[in-house]
Design a protein around this ligand. Sequence first.
Ligand code: ADE
Length: 225
Amino acid sequence: MRIDIITVLPELLRSPFEASILKRAIEANLVEVHFHNLRDYTSDNYKSVDDYQFGGGAGMVMMIEPIDKCISKLQAERNYDEIIYMTPDGETLNQSIANEMSLKKNIIILCGHYKGVDQRVRDMFITREISIGDYVLSGGELGAAVLCDAIIRLVPGVLGNETSALTDSFQDNLLAPPIYTRPRDYQGHKVPEILLSGNFPEIEKWREEQALKRTEERRPDLLED
Ligand code: ADE
């Protein structure tokens, strides 16, 4: 899988890809992530990427030309399955979107800044608009990092234990059950007996019950459909 991220702040994006699972995935050539600085696609001496809004109003708008140049250059090199714009008015990211995106071959992620991009960028190039939640960030970069993390850990081969993504919270619309490790007794707080029993069918049943209980208590909305 290849991910191309278009941004005015590449430095804000680097560190998540230089640590842990994302770093390993990149080093193992399971994913390629490329950053494109929008200022490299500007045509004036000031390297402007934004301008005032037509019609007036506070806040700058990202101009179409540098974005067009960058996307067109990438599209001339390969086909893209999805061109995603990170924006608070997009569809809210969830596990099912992450699953779907992890199956794509090439995607572009455009990070918005200021008030956002000229509407014509969205009309002409964008195939999907994604928000990471109902709050406004100062730019799309942190959202893009969240989206990439959620996608990349699902790419086959990225997680050491192939089954572990399947038992994540949300993967079957349930939250994950409680988990424990050594010691069996910590200052009188004991690990549930069933987990020490070696009776794996019963352990599996207990985990399913606990997952359902947790979901009912914390996220009943997940059980609605
Ligand atoms: N850019 C600004 N706010 C955002 C959000 N909530 N999700 C994605 N991109 C954003």
